[in-house]
Design a protein around this ligand. Structure first.
Ligand SMILES: NC(=O)c1ccc[n+]([C@@H]2O[C@H](COP(=O)([O-])OP(=O)(O)OC[C@H]3O[C@@H](n4cnc5c(N)ncnc54)[C@H](O)[C@@H]3O)[C@@H](O)[C@H]2O)c1
Length: 351
């Protein structure tokens, strides 16, 4: 086994921490996690006790000098960028931070990564990768009968969040085209699983039910999202790192399209089973509220390209969501402590 140095940006967030937990399983991996520790981060999500190959630096990737310092000190073989502001509602209320982190921050990682890579030996250059973690939201919205998005489809972002992610993807692509910097972009769909900040749909709904609070659903709840267990996504990222072609994009989705109302009623059904309320079924907490501005109707991604690399999702929705509900029930202190770090925007708490 060869030793590899992984520089992970945003490794204390929901998906980044899952990736770091996976890397920690292999003692050959050296990991440097850089994260600004936003409201969405959880230090408890990574247990690195007795592992001297894990280091954390509290760095904002908006700070170019800090990014430069850590890249030159750590000497990565891989840079993987999970760091981003990620909540669409926050991007509508306060887009500024999305531009700084998602666009300027990605630029700093790219440019400093490229300056470091230029000085490597030819074999080190060949095996180096810069992987950008992106979203299906950059493609825009589909109608019910449209075909799923493919990698070659044009970007059509509709929210400040998706526009900032689209901009960063374009930068990443151009550093490959212009400088031959070995980048790859992955576009994933809605992830679910442990350690997700409970302003996002699934932990939010679980938390509302546990606290017997109303579940406000945007519009009529018929918007469709494509869902993947976060561990399946992480395995897909590793597949792309190992077998993906530089300069290309890979969709990582599990072909699991569900309406928001379906997701919510499934969670209510599982909770009725494993944590029943004395007085009523949980779906009685559902209420419909005025829709989000510019709310995309449907996201769905075609996963044939990554499947051709030998990857396939392992979780069914029913197993994945049941385990996830049980995880949040067993980790109530995570839901409680993290909600204190929430914000007071007018869209808070809607799904
Ligand atoms: N969660 C999803 O369903 C989903 C779907 C598609 C794509 N993505 C993408 O995956 C990536 C990770 O998403 P997530 O759900 O884990 O997000 P998250 O909000 O849970 O975590 C993001 C992490 O990045 C860190 N971060 C943000 N800005 C930073 C900065 N300027 N400098 C350093 N650290 C910074 C935060 O502190 C946090 O720890 C993002 O790029 C997101 O766009 C997520």
């Amino acid at each position: 086994m060869t030793e590899k140095n992984y520089l992970i940006a945003g490794g204390y967030g929901f998906i980044g921490s899952c990736f770091v937990r996976k890397l920690l399983e292999d003692k050959n991996n050296s990991i440097c996690n850089i994260d600004k520790l936003s409201y969405a981060s959880s230090l408890d999500s990574i247990n690195y006790s007795n592992n001297d190959k894990y280091i954390f630096e509290n760095i904002d990737i908006y700070e170019a000098n800090e990014v430069k310092r850590i890249i030159h000190d750590f000497k990565p073989n891989f840079i993987i960028n999970f760091a981003a502001e990620t909540h669409v509602d926050r991007s509508i209320d306060d887009p500024d931070q999305f531009i700084k982190s998602n666009i300027n921050g990605t630029f700093n990682l790219l440019e400093q990564g490229y300056q470091f890579w230029k000085e490597l030996s030819s074999s080190e250059k060949t095996s180096f990768r810069f992987l950008q973690i992106s979203t299906d939201e950059v493609y825009g919205s589909l109608s019910k009968n449209d075909k799923q998005f493919k990698e070659e489809d044009a970007y059509n972002p509709n929210s400040p969040y998706s526009a900032s992610k689209a901009a960063s993807d374009h930068l990443v692509r151009s550093w490959f085209k212009t400088y031959s910097f070995p980048t790859i972009i992955t576009n994933t769909c809605n992830n679910y699983g442990p350690w997700q900040f409970p302003e996002k749909l699934i932990p939010l709904v679980i938390n509302k039910c546990i606290n017997n609070e109303k579940i406000p659903i945007y519009g009529d709840g018929t918007q469709i999202r494509d869902w993947i267990r976060v561990e399946d996504h992480i395995n897909g990222i590793n597949t792309v790192l190992e077998k993906g072609n530089i300069g290309e994009k890979y969709n990582i989705g599990a072909e699991c399209e569900l309406t928001n109302i379906q997701v919510v009623t499934d969670i209510c059904r599982i909770l009725d089973d494993v944590y029943p309320h004395a007085d009523h079924p949980y779906d009685e907490l559902i209420e419909f509220v005025t829709d989000r501005p510019g709310h995309d109707y449907r996201y769905a991604i075609n996963n044939n390209k990554i499947k051709s690399l030998g990857w396939a999702p392992s979780y069914s929705w029913e197993v994945g969501i049941r385990e996830t509900v049980n995880w949040y029930l067993s980790n109530r202190e995570f839901l409680n402590s993290i909600m204190k770090q929430s914000y007071s925007g007018e869209r808070l708490g809607k799904v």
